[in-house]
Design a protein. Sequence first.
Length: 149
Amino acid sequence: MADQSYCHRLQHDMYFLTSTSRLNEQVVDKIVLQLNRVYPQILTNEEAEKFRNPKASLHTRLSDLLKHLQKKGDRHCQEFYRALQINAEQLFNDLPSRKILKTPDPTEIDTDKEQYMLNDRGPVFFLACFSVAAGLALFWYCCNSDAAS
């Protein structure tokens, strides 16, 4: 999924974004306005008015917007993701395509998990290991001093 285009990612995320209560009306309006004002080549004034029309349901407007952006091309979808990140960062981070991008290689060692596993022993284990190491060092020191005399 990491090498797929923004259009494919948007198609993959479409159900997640249009499902109930993910995006509210204010956030959708902010995204449409950003795409219209900051990037007027992505959404014209007429298109922005269409996607902000309060007479249509939010689900319909959002679905139409996502389909429209997919038809326009990869750059338009990329700008939608940028607008989504700016206006709804938590939702952006929860997108299914983002989770797939963040999924590590199964052959790669997860350093956070490995660190937790190494530090999971507790203070008694640390003291026991330290005592063994100190005992071996003392034993080695005593054996070397006896051999020297």
